[in-house]
Design a protein around this ligand. Structure first.
Ligand code: NAD
Ligand code: ZN
Ligand code: ZN
Length: 370
């Protein structure tokens, strides 16, 4: 048992407060990780702002990296001291989807319940009441006990902030392009929304050898995407959604881009992604909407033109295999992940980071721990 500081929300839609909590020792199948960095992803903000119902009290954060401090009984103690990235979807390794290699669809993951595999939590308040960990890893905390299957060792030389981003934004965006959509070289792709996820789609499209059109309301984001290798840009005006569709189609030529990646999660931008497709084109939905929201499109031209829509969860990641691959691509200079980081902050400034993210002003902000 030790004391740690973590960012807790009482329930979805409530602000975070930094609390001192008690963290129990890891049990069999669990690992104690001292956190080194945690990115601030819009999926944390969705919970913070009440877009998604989640149980509480809960420590937020799901894009984390750290160092293994201890392992539960039965695990190899030689891994203590290893730098790791954390997966926010710890696979059970037993369900049908895990068995067929589609761990991003695991139906038995403890992450679905924000608890450890045995259904309990290792965190509690001073009065002994339990505190959950978002997606079983709750990375806005100085340390956490997490499922062993959430822990992926990183190669030497990967900075903590980069490892953290591999834990969500990079795997989600790069994987959407390379794994979910399997974009062939020579295709044209458009990416709507250039936060950490959309900018990672841009990096994925560069790796795939595809032409890149980027769309955002923010000029600064478009400039950053240009530095990462975007070839054309469209500055979106939310009051004129059709102009964005026309801009994407015009930049792509040939009737529109082969793939459109939506990395925001609003009904309007999802509809834009579908509307910008030429016959045979594919919209890849990566952004996550508020619970209950519905997007719509006209079915006749969609069906008549043989178009497709794909949902992409976690970039179809198998963390144990894909995280080290993305890390190697970073080390080889082919995935400039550090360019996405525009702010490092202490845990105490998390609410300010959420304000900046909500205003669309952030690329990727990363909480760093001493
Ligand atoms: N599918 C997954 O597995 C998965 C994983 C992680 C995150 N997500 C989701 O992906 C989405 C993006 O996450 P993020 O952290 O990159 O978010 P973000 O807030 O950093 O980025 C969103 C971007 O969209 C831009 N934008 C907003 N409205 C726009 C409009 N009308 N037209 C054009 N651009 C607009 C903003 O300026 C911003 O750059 C979120 O919904 C998040 O929950 C999904
Ligand atoms: Zn995320
Ligand atoms: Zn499973």
């Amino acid at each position: 048992m030790r004391e740690i500081r973590g960012a807790v929300i009482e329930a979805a839609g409530r602000p975070t407060s930094i609390e001192t909590l008690r963290l129990d020792d890891p049990r069999p199948g669990e690992v104690l990780v001292r956190m080194t960095a945690s990115g601030v992803c819009h999926s944390d903000l969705h919970v913070r702002d009440g877009d998604w119902e989640r149980p509480g009290p809960i420590v937020l954060g799901h894009e984390g990296a750290g160092v293994i401090e201890a392992v539960g009984a039965g695990l190899d103690p030689s891994v203590v001291g290893r730098a790791v990235a954390l997966s926010w979807y710890a696979p059970c390794l037993r369900c049908r989807e895990c068995q067929r290699g589609r761990q991003w669809l695991c139906q038995g993951s403890p992450s679905l319940r924000h608890r450890q595999a045995d259904g309990t939590t290792r965190l509690e308040r001073a009065d002994g009441s339990p505190v959950l960990a978002y997606l079983s890893i709750g990375t806005f905390a100085e340390a956490q006990v997490v499922p062993a299957t959430a822990v992926v060792p990183m190669p030497d030389g990967v900075p903590p902030e980069v490892a953290a981003l591999i834990g969500c934004g990079v795997s989600t965006g790069v994987g959407a392009v390379l794994k979910t959509a399997e974009v062939p070289a020579g295709s044209t792709v458009a990416i709507i929304g250039l936060g950490g996820v959309g900018l990672s789609c841009v990096m994925g499209a560069v790796l795939a050898g595809a032409g890149r059109i980027v769309v955002d309301v923010s000029r600064a984001k478009l400039d950053l995407a240009g530095e990462l290798g975007a070839t054309h840009w469209v500055q979106a005006d939310p009051s004129n959604p059709q102009a964005t569709v026309d801009g994407i189609r015009g930049a792509a030529g040939d009737g529109g881009p082969d793939f459109v990646f939506e990395a925001i999660g609003t009904p309007t931008t999802i509809a834009q992604a579908v509307a910008a497709l030429p016959p045979g084109g594919t919209a890849v939905l990566v952004g996550l909407t508020r619970f209950g929201e519905v997007a719509s499109f006209e079915p006749f031209p969609f069906v008549d033109g043989g178009r497709r829509i794909l949902g992409s969860n976690y970039g179809s990641a198998v963390a144990a295999i894909d995280f080290p691959r993305y890390a190697d691509a970073y080390l080889a200079g082919r995935l400039p992940i550090e360019r996405l980081i525009d702010r490092r902050l202490p845990l105490d400034d998390l609410e300010d980071a959420f304000d900046r993210l909500r205003a669309g002003q952030a690329a990727r902000q990363v909480v760093v721990f001493d």
